[in-house]
Design a protein around this ligand. Structure first.
Ligand code: BGC
Length: 773
């Protein structure tokens, strides 16, 4: 947008003017105050019954008891002695008998009887496994995330858990990074919507309710952008990128009332995530006024230590911002980490660290206060125990209605990438051959982070297809084995074509073919980065052989990241991206393939043509030499004849057609603190009912800092009968048309703003408005 002055110096000079304001906190002076100092908010808290109870309890706690309270142990670490000493939290223990046992020791045998907070990684379901989060984000329907989180919370709470390590909201531009599967993709706005929805689903309005749990948003922060896409690796970025791209989904969770935040493994600009005062204390706790607690990631505190000459048995060291374990504990606590996961430095060395002044009593009390606050809000003091009979009753889990919700979510999450000659939907009356290594698979359908989901509960593609098309056959062609870590073994991934002839014969004997290919669930999520993100093994050759039969076929992909699949695109008439759909996988695939469900998902992340293009994302900044394949001295790859990904962010087809009108604005100019409303009419112009996602993108063409070529500022998924129209409405304010500078301030500059309406990031129906002073 146009400024009268556009130099950086001018922007800095303007910092004192009301023209530039910090995001969400008018009194930035507040940011320099210590959290321990008394504030009006603190005084108001004094009247709050929870705060009064915390005060009373903290007054009675000894230093040793406080140091126990900030400790989080794993299921393998916890002992009766820890519970008796008053340990604060335990994670990954899901046996209700054991949970009650340790809780009873804590409540009845520890001096103050403070209950333990039990936590677990319920990421996309506890027992009723929903689509992986990247899949759920493809629905562009935050309700999908909310329902997943609500069912996951109920099932988790049923076994005695009261905290889940979800939502994971790390924006990522790197499909090599295996953990891209756990979040909402490359866009901060979409991630923010799912972040808030998942917090709402898990916590409701009161997480003391028996079916609710405290959520924990992770991994704070910028963990999604490790160099080279290698998990745990270094992140380095400008403040404005941090604020515009990576922080927003965390802010959305905090605004939705999230109870806890998990700090990340990676270093950001040289500072490890769990030792970062600026992000944990200045931004999260002071600027955003987050009053819950920060839990460290697994041994992340220990990992700040320099590695000694002889590697410690537990192997947790490396960043080297702390000389040894006690300093690592001190650094983490003083930076704002409230609870230490697995390593035990604050607990074990805290007394000495207090004496030496390396940690302060005020900070320790603040950490304890935050943990107790969540425990009181969770109702743990009133209801510390789990109902074991209910926890062991199979009827408490995977109920028919939960399964139905998982099936609906999986259907909504699938993205129709390609569908030439209306290959899909297929007719269930015709003879269907299901072919491919994932065609009768239960294990991989659950995806990574399967909670306590069980393979036997998952519906395979073949089972789902056969239920609708009883004459269907299944022939694997080759096999995919979920290789044991650490390495992917090429021999496990469709390594031989010995089964291809049988697959070809099955295709020839059928009228139509569904080819189920992709990755195993172990190929994505934590510690599962890949340098080659193509279809593993000989799966493409299997597709080629089926194509040669001349039978109509559709490729259904199961994977936890964008894959480089230009050959699939070139060979297959139809491609359905199913991600890892969860426990109802096969039924949901059958719903979509046979047209009971009309696919309406859209990609939350770009699919590169080749891994060499990574990072490639729609909301990139422009360059002075924009890509043009007809030119040399421009920003391009000379060995590629495209500037684009194979499939763009927001792309997704349907069995019907839609028209999305140009945005209409309620005004053509708006003050920097004002609002502008854009409406778009979405019409189903085809002959079957279906879902479309109206998408609104913004571009600020002239700004003091170069702005993304476009960015998503509004979306809504609508269901329309043939011929039906619906008007969608998006209200934009400074949060949408402003941007952050490198001092962390939200800048709103006067000038022209462009909006693009449509049904993908290629939206081309443009309108403009002016931001005035
Ligand atoms: C992961 C976290 C997870 C934690 C506890 C870590 O390795 O990074 O996402 O919540 O383990 O299981």
């Amino acid at each position: 947008m146009k400024r009268t002055v556009t130099t950086l110096t001018a922007v800095a000079a303007a910092a004192a003017l009301p023209f530039i304001q910090p995001h969400s906190l008018p009194d930035r002076a507040d940011a320099s105050r210590s959290t321990q100092q008394s504030t009006a908010a603190d005084q108001a808290r004094g009247r709050d019954p929870v705060e009064r109870r915390i005060d009373a309890l903290i007054r009675r706690m000894t230093t040793t008891e406080k140091l126990q309270q900030v400790q989080l142990l794993s299921d393998g670490q916890i002992t009766d002695a820890d519970a008796k000493a008053g340990v604060g939290g335990v994670f990954s223990l899901t046996d209700p008998d054991k949970i009650n046992h340790f809780q009873k020791v804590a409540v009845e045998q520890s001096r103050l009887g403070i209950p333990i907070l039990f936590a677990f990684d319920t990421i996309h379901g506890y027992r009723t496994i929903f689509p992986v989060p990247l899949g759920a984000a493809s629905s562009f329907d935050p309700k999908v995330g909310e329902i997943d989180a609500a069912i996951g919370a109920r099932e988790s709470a049923t076994v005695g858990l009261k905290q889940v390590y979800s939502p994971m909201v790390d924006v990522s531009h790197d499909p090599r990074w295996g953990r891209i599967v756990e979040g909402g993709g490359e866009d901060p706005f979409l991630n923010s919507a799912f972040s808030a929805a998942r917090v709402r689903g898990a916590q409701g309005s009161d997480y003391s309710k028996p079916d609710k749990v405290a959520a924990s948003v992770k991994h704070f922060v910028a963990y999604g952008q490790p160099e080279g896409g290698r998990d745990y690796n270094t992140t380095d970025m400008s403040e404005r990128r941090l604020r515009d791209l990576y922080l927003p989904p965390f802010k959305a969770a905090v605004d939705a009332g999230v109870a806890s935040v998990m700090c990340s493994f990676n270093s950001l600009n040289g500072v490890p995530g769990c030792a970062n005062h600026e992000t944990e204390t200045d931004i999260l706790k002071k600027e955003w006024r987050f009053d819950g607690f920060v839990v460290s990631d697994y041994t992340a505190v220990a990992e700040t230590r320099a590695c000694p000459p002889v590697m410690p048995a537990e192997g947790s060291c490396g960043h080297g911002t702390a000389a040894d374990g006690p300093s690592a504990g001190a650094q983490a606590l003083m930076a704002g980490t409230d609870q230490e996961m697995v390593s035990t430095y604050v607990r074990d060395y805290g007394a000495g660290l207090l004496r030496s002044g390396d940690i302060s009593r005020a900070r320790l009390d603040d950490a304890v206060r935050r943990i107790l606050r969540v425990k009181f809000r969770a109702g743990l003091f009133e209801n510390p125990y789990v109902d074991v009979a209910k926890a062991k009753d199979p009827a408490s889990f995977l109920t028919p209605s939960d399964r139905a919700a998982a099936r609906k979510a999986a259907g909504e999450s699938m993205v129709l990438l390609k569908n030439s000659s209306a290959t899909l939907p297929m007719s269930p009356a015709k003879k269907t051959a299901v072919i491919g290594p994932l065609g009768d698979d239960q294990h991989n359908m659950l995806g990574p982070w399967w909670g306590r989901g069980e393979d036997k509960d998952a519906v395979s593609v073949y089972t789902g297809v056969k239920a609708v098309s009883p004459t269907a056959t299944y022939t694997p062609g080759c096999t995919l084995v979920d290789s044991e870590p650490p390495n992917i073994k090429p021999t496990d991934y469709c390594a031989t074509d010995a089964g291809f002839d049988a697959a070809v014969a099955a295709a020839q004997a059928a009228d139509q073919v569904i080819i189920a290919v992709g990755e195993t669930r172990g190929m994505s999520a934590e510690a599962a980065s890949r340098s080659d993100i193509s279809l593993p093994g000989l799966q493409q050759q299997l597709i080629d052989r089926i194509k040669a039969t001349g039978k109509p076929f559709a490729v259904v992909l199961f994977n936890g990241r964008p894959l480089t699949i230009p050959e699939v695109d070139a060979t297959a008439p139809a491609i359905l991206e199913a991600w890892f759909p969860g426990v109802e996988a096969g039924n949901a695939v059958a719903d979509v393939v046979f047209g009971k469900v009309n696919p309406g998902g859209k990609l939350p992340v770009s699919f590169p043509v080749t891994v060499g293009q990574v990072p490639i994302y729609y909301n990139h900044e422009p360059t002075g030499r924009p890509c043009d394949i007809g030119q040399k001295y421009v920003s391009r790859y000379r060995d590629l004849d495209t500037c684009d990904p194979l499939y763009s962010f927001g792309h997704g087809l349907s069995y019907t057609t839609f028209d999305v009108s140009a945005p209409r604005l309620d005004r053509t100019s708006v003050s920097r603190n004002g609002k502008v409303t854009a409406t778009m009419t979405v019409t189903n112009t085809g002959s079957v009912a279906g879902d479309e996602v109206a998408q609104l993108y913004l571009h600020d063409p002239v700004a003091s800092l170069s702005q993304p070529v476009r960015r998503l500022v509004g979306f809504e998924r609508v269901t329309l009968a043939p011929g039906q129209s619906k008007v969608v409405r998006f209200t934009l304010d400074r949060g949408a048309f402003g941007f952050h500078d490198n001092d962390g301030r939200l800048v709103v500059e006067p000038g022209t703003i462009e909006l693009y309406g449509g049904s993908s990031s290629k939206a081309d129906k443009k309108v403009t408005f002016t931001v005035t002073r």
